[in-house]
Design a protein around this ligand. Structure first.
Ligand SMILES: Nc1ncnc2c1ncn2[C@@H]1O[C@H](COP(=O)(O)OP(=O)(O)O)[C@@H](O)[C@H]1O
Ligand SMILES: [Mg+2]
Length: 355
């Protein structure tokens, strides 16, 4: 098959094909490659200097692709599938092949293959599915417990002076867990939907952390953990006060909760260059094994689920922290040694210097 394109159509065709993000491969009935674009070169890792007649088999040995093209040539109907292509990384593509019909001919003269990278979409879809599966589990567990204790009370335990108060306390604890979870989910989805409008102002950190110290005091005292505000006076940050409170409270409460009696939590802060402020929350707690570190910012991920629940955790705190920090244009990192302690560091914008 040969194309006869005039002097305008040829460069126009090349420009259009070259601008597409989708890989395009056009073959004729003998599976000889008639046309392909730059995106196809990237998808199949093709050498840019290939010359001479090129067949589909020279581009890929992927069976699904060959079968799809063949089916289109044979039956003249479109073909759709998702497939994995192993390049430098494994990627998922939506592959659609359609018959190539020419006005002059009455039969299928070839097939057009379009390769659209859906790796990210597929990944997000999986994360979303897992999140909802985990979430319903998280909600079901306390609910089952609440219903069981209510039933026990209704069946007579209400008058059992030995146990009735204890049962009510358990119900209360599980109900609070559900309340925390619902609150964190609402926060997280508001942040993700961009409904949490940040209004950054210049904040003096030493005083800000002193105010937080009052809020953590009861929890710290209950766990015999010492809280120290070692922020150097005169360190400022440009942040939304409400978001900053949520960020730091989450980090500090974690540092207190995952600590040991007699341990301590220290907050420090300093400037990094002219544009950044770093705040660190360090603890002497249980630490986090390296293999868990990349995952602790994921929604609902907890290293030790029973310990987290026992201290009222939902597994959403760090996901919220991460989002809020990123929304400020900042970043978060963590260093941890199991049995020794952890240090979470956030970098946020420094207030503009007076010029
Ligand atoms: N300071 C810390 N020391 C040790 N482990 C921590 C610390 N902060 C967070 N983690 C781990 O990361 C997990 C996720 O934290 P987070 O999202 O705040 O959830 P939660 O506190 O509700 O369990 C925790 O369950 C815990 O395993
Ligand atoms: Mg937490």
């Amino acid at each position: 098959m040969s194309f006869r394109l005039d002097q305008y159509s040829q460069p126009l065709l090349e420009a259009v094909l070259g601008s597409l993000r989708e890989g395009i491969i056009v073959i004729d009935r003998q599976t000889e490659v008639v046309l392909y674009n730059q995106a196809a070169v990237d998808v199949f890792n093709l050498s840019p200097v290939m010359t001479g007649p090129l067949r589909l088999i020279d581009i890929t040995r992927n069976k699904a692709i060959h079968d799809g093209f063949q089916q289109v040539l044979r039956e003249g109907r479109p073909f759709d599938t998702n497939l994995e292509i192993f390049g430098i990384q494994e990627r998922t593509f939506s592959f659609r092949a359609t018959p190539l019909l020419m006005p002059s001919a009455h039969e299928v003269v070839g097939a057009i293959g379009v390769f659209f990278d859906v790796t990210q979409l597929v990944r997000l879809e999986r994360v979303r599915r897992e999140f909802f599966a985990n979430l319903s589990h998280e909600l079901r567990t306390p609910l089952t417990s609440i219903l069981a204790y209510v039933e026990t009370l209704l069946n007579g335990a209400l008058y059992d002076q030995e146990n009735n108060l204890q049962f009510l306390r358990i119900i209360n604890k599980h109900a609070m867990r559900m309340q925390n979870l619902v609150r964190d989910i609402a926060d997280l989805s508001a942040i993700e939907a961009g409904e949490f409008k940040l209004d950054p102002v210049t904040i003096e950190l030493k005083g800000f952390v002193d105010n937080l110290a009052v809020l953590v005091a009861p929890e710290a005292a209950a766990r015999q953990v010492t809280f120290r505000n070692e922020v150097t006076p005169g360190v400022y940050v440009q942040a939304d006060p409400q978001a900053l409170e949520q960020i730091l409270m989450n980090l500090i409460i974690n540092a207190v909760k995952f600590n040991r009696p007699g341990g301590e939590v220290v907050v420090t802060a300093g400037f990094e260059g002219d544009t950044r402020t770093i705040i660190a929350v360090r603890d002497t707690g249980v630490g986090i094994e390296a293999k868990h570190l990349p995952r602790i910012f994921e929604r609902l991920y907890r290293v030790d689920k029973s310990r987290s629940q026992e201290v009222g955790g939902t597994g959403l705190g760090l996901a919220i922290v991460k989002h809020l920090v990123l929304n400020h244009g900042g970043d978060i990192s963590v260093d941890s040694t199991p049995g020794v302690g952890s240090e979470f560091r956030i970098r946020l914008p420094r207030p503009p210097l007076p010029s």
